[in-house]
Design a binder for this molecule. Structure first.
Ligand SMILES: *Cc1c(COP(=O)(O)O)cnc(C)c1O
Length: 384
């Protein structure tokens, strides 16, 4: 089976992990800050905090933003459930903003309309999470202008977008947001096995995140209440978690950063090739705005109106032929858990219409031209 995504592990990656295994520290050693400094420097952000997953990163970012019971978090329905579950972890309520049918990202127009209505009803969101779906950057300037007007915190879910750019700035620079989250799960662009990171330019948010990541405990004299702390003294100042990344994971992530630009170039080369191979077929290929640089994490096609086969039949025929297609994503508001919260199919029609026709084709740096040709010929056969 050709998978839809796959990690690329080099001998250098293996040596980096081995070095940690032979060193004094498997966790809380030097590899984590090295990885953090590397990603912060690459992105041009002041702070980067590594954690054990993007899910933990989103949870911490929401808490650092002050999200709690009585507050609202808004995000896109076309995302992984973690982008909205993080609001529920904080005891907040969650709502969604429908997507733009071309970019497949949260629509700034729909966001503006929903904010105007929410303002009149006194239920404005405290946090909005734009998701750079498939790596394609959201319209951050428009979202930032609305944040200025309505006062919400922006947390970019950039799980698909490390290595991408918004205009001239790297995704993660937080030029138009308060925090940005990356995922290092093996199907993502850079992997640490499991892992995530929060980037921010705010010293205050970084300090809160550092506490939340490790039980709310500090050993920093400057932060402690005790005026003359004994050498063994530490203080728990907040209710935090153990969301730490290990040095084993950080060494892998740091080593992978050496090839990030190559990974992005390989993904774009393959995406260009898909675009060319699919030009005269009745499928809609994904948008990549040349003003930005997509992370090109996913290559998502939509079956055009002329395709007579339904999506499930095409999907099953491709899987049967050994092509590991996938679907990103089932709209979050239609999940049973979210329906129990009062959401219903029909509430976000653009997301649902997209979902009904979407198929994710395999895309990862190690995908060969021959494998890609097989994906395309299998698709053509399946839709004919
Ligand atoms: C993968 C992913 C997450 C969760 O990442 P983990 O590191 O697996 O916790 C969150 N949001 C999006 C959009 C993702 O793709």
């Amino acid at each position: 089976m050709i998978p839809y995504g796959r990690q690329s592990i080099s001998e250098q990656d293996i040596a980096a992990v081995e070095n940690v295994l032979r060193s004094d520290f498997l966790t809380q050693g030097p590899a984590v800050p090295h990885f953090e400094q590397r990603v912060a420097a690459y992105c041009g952000a002041s702070h980067a905090l590594a954690v054990n997953s993007a899910t933990s990163a989103l949870h911490m970012a929401c808490l650092a933003a002050g999200l709690g019971p009585g507050d609202w978090l808004w995000t896109s329905p076309i995302t992984f459930v973690a982008s909205s579950n993080c609001g529920l972890y904080c005891g907040a309520s969650v709502d969604f903003v429908d997507i733009d049918p071309h970019t497949l990202n949260l629509s700034p127009t729909a966001l503006a309309e929903k904010l105007e209505k929410a303002a009149s009803e006194g239920r404005l969101p405290k946090v909005v999470i734009p998701v750079h779906f498939s790596g394609e950057p959201c319209d951050m300037e428009a979202i930032a202008a609305l944040s200025q007007q309505y006062g919400f915190t922006i947390i970019e879910d950039a799980s698909h977008a490390i290595g991408g750019r918004y205009g001239q700035k790297s995704i993660g620079a937080c030029e138009h947001s308060h925090m940005t989250v990356f995922s290092f799960h093996p199907v993502k662009i850079v992997t640490s096995g499991e892992g995530g990171m929060v980037l921010t330019n705010s010293d205050a948010l970084a300090a809160k995140l550092a506490l939340l990541r490790s039980h709310g405990i500090t050993r920093d004299d400057g932060l402690m209440i005790e005026a003359d702390p004994a050498p063994w003294h530490y203080e728990q100042l907040d209710l935090g978690f153990n969301y730490r990344m290990t040095d084993i994971q950080a060494a892998l992530g740091n080593s992978q950063m050496d090839r990030l630009d190559d990974f992005i170039a390989a993904r774009h080369r393959l995406a260009d090739r898909y675009d060319a191979l699919l030009r005269d077929t009745p499928v809609i290929t994904p948008v990549r705005n040349p003003a930005h640089l997509s992370g090109a994490h996913l290559y998502v096609i939509q079956l055009g109106a002329e395709v007579r086969k339904d999506r499930r039949a095409v999907f099953e025929a491709m899987r049967k032929a050994g092509v590991g297609v996938n679907v990103h994503y089932i709209p979050v508001h239609t999940q049973p858990y979210y329906q129990k919260l009062g959401f219903m199919p029909g509430m976000f029609p653009t997301s649902e219409a997209y979902y009904a026709r979407a198929i994710t084709l395999p895309l990862y740096p190690g995908l060969t031209n021959e494998q890609q040709d097989k994906v395309v010929s299998t698709l053509k056969q399946a839709i004919s």
